[in-house]
Write a protein that binds this ligand. Sequence first.
Ligand code: TXA
Ligand code: MG
Length: 359
Amino acid sequence: MSARILKPTKENIMLCAQALKKGGVVGMPTETVYGLAGNATDSDSLTKIFLTKERPTFDPLIVHVSLEKATFADLMREQLIYPHDLADEAVKKIDVLIRKFWPGPLTLVLPKSDLVSDLATSGLEFVAIRMPKHPVALELIRTFGLPVCAPSANRFGKISPTSAQDVEEELGDRIDLILDGGDCEVGLESTILKVMEDGDLILLRPGAISREEIMEATKSPVAVITGGKNPHGPQMAPGMGSSHYSPDKKMIMLPMPLSQIMSPPQLGQATPKKIGLLVMSGQAEDAAVILSELLETEVIAETLSESGDWAEAGKNLFKKLRALDASDAELILCEPCLETQGIGYAVADRLKRASAPKK
Ligand code: TXA
Ligand code: MG
């Protein structure tokens, strides 16, 4: 059986809301990546999300809301968080962040209320919440009337989907309905920021809303603990393991940008007949010629942004990775991304994980 891709008409959004009411899961567009949405208040529905994605239950889910004006008071009305644990400083920062960045690609990790299921948070005392910007996601959540949990709609560890067709490719044999909201505008998963009880801020996953923008808005520092490892205490970002967003094919990161490589890169295996290459900027054809001459083999290349624009690169990353994975190249090589700020930093993070050795 194959999933139906639905145009986002009122009737189809209603159909999907009804499926959610019956405990089902549906493919939902957001501005970042497509999500697999289920009723955040129904443990059967949450179980279905984990099973459909083959996702381990230690990896918590993001609760998606659709609020009137998006303020801290709105969030309180949803009764998802436990505000008594928060210092005034923390409340102030959360309000600033919500007003400035919601709806949008910023997930806040906050002390959870008892109403939030332990299944959604994998037993953690904190819950991840975001208000997406995509009109179809907002309309679906509003029509459904309750928050939805929505992990990216890919099989666990695989490349996140940025179109309805990608969701069909990933999960089409396991779900019935996918709402088609077009290509995702951002293309990278949301920035995840943990707000500690005292108001300290910790970046758990970089995304389109940068650490610099968050520091600017809150006038405070933002610590970085990506990859889940926290030298100061318990694990903070479960499910952010080193290997993630992986193509099915083996992917290797070049030791330096292609323009600096003078001798054939070490592949650790015989040179395949055809190699797929992902470069950060410039013309794909030029890059293909350079690598093809170095390795004396056929190369097909994709570029993230010819002009070197990081927003465009972020939007293209998963799409181009998916294209190389589907091509007849036997191995994928990518340039390293050396950016340490802005969206480029999020691209660097995803590329590092996509090319990490699989465990
Ligand atoms: O852009 C996005 O955030 C997309 C779209 C669909 O909204 N969703 C998404 O969900 O990327 P997912 O499940 O693929 O990634 C969620 C990650 C988890 O792997 C975990 O690292 C982190 O969010 N997370 C969720 N709840 C958390 C919590 N309570 N504490 C710490 N990290 C949490
Ligand atoms: Mg994911």
